[in-house]
Write a new protein. Sequence first.
Length: 104
Amino acid sequence: MNPFSYPETQNTRDVVAYFTRLGYKVSWDMNTREGIRWHEIIDADNNVVAQVTHEVSLAALHEDMICWHEGRDGTSDEDYVVHVGEIGNPLAKILYRKVAENPI
């Protein structure tokens, strides 16, 4: 976890609350040189499942993860990045399935 304080915004509160409800821990980190922040979604075994651009809305993230679960491209109009490691990462597939099964 980044030693700086967690930046509180409505988007961060929404993302943290939702993924915590799904059984994940949510932390954050940042590139201090570039000032880029991201959420880290961590499973019960302390694996970082996904890193997500910090200021994405939960609605956009939820919409796109459902699409990815269904094997389609995301449909939200927000510009953000999600890193999940290799294509076909089984931990990401589990995350997407949980999102698809759990409305906001």
